[in-house]
Design a protein around this ligand. Structure first.
Ligand SMILES: [Zn+2]
Ligand SMILES: [Zn+2]
Length: 163
């Protein structure tokens, strides 16, 4: 028996984007979750955006993000009622970038380690596998590639010096 109850409130679809988990392109739905004592005394309220197709959930922590997400849920409703146009909605989306979804996008953008080829999340600046520094990205990999030719092909001259 628990004295703390989680009250979920459905606030409506708010954000069209590709789910990083199941790759469905659909609206993420805004929910608020209130922790309440005996289901009456609210203790804490948190918000999240959820994929409608899988259980993927993005926590909306930032206060500004919460306000923006609520605004977008409202805009989505207006769009569905035909009160605003798709263009209006797109503009509203562009003007209200959510920090939480930007983080998701960065985490999802992976790159390959130039040294060992391991897939590394975009937020890492070191390879988790070989510990190579990944830096800011392209163009600064200056190390000579390791030549695998250690077999029969022994050069007849030593270090370029002719005898
Ligand atoms: Zn999903
Ligand atoms: Zn590596």
């Amino acid at each position: 028996m628990s004295f703390c109850h989680s009250l979920w409130k459905y606030l409506g679809p708010a954000l069209p984007m590709e789910c990083p988990m199941c790759h469905a392109v659909d609206y993420f739905v805004l929910h608020s979750r209130t922790l309440a004592l005996f289901a009456i005394i609210p203790l804490d309220c948190s918000y999240s955006l959820r994929c409608q197709h899988c259980e993927y959930e993005i926590h909306v922590d930032d206060e500004e993000d919460v306000a923006k997400a609520k605004g977008l849920a409202e805009q989505t409703r207006l769009l569905r009622q035909g009160a605003i146009t798709e263009g209006d909605f797109a503009r509203c989306l562009a003007e209200n970038p959510l920090v939480c979804t930007r983080l998701v996008a960065t985490v999802n953008a992976t790159r390959n380690c130039p040294h060992c080829g391991a897939e590394v999340p975009g937020t890492f600046d070191r390879c988790w596998n070989c510990d190579a520094e990944l830096g800011s990205g392209e163009g600064d990999v200056e190390e000579a590639p390791l030549e695998a030719g250690s077999d029969e092909s022994t050069p007849s001259s030593f270090g370029g010096i002719q005898i």
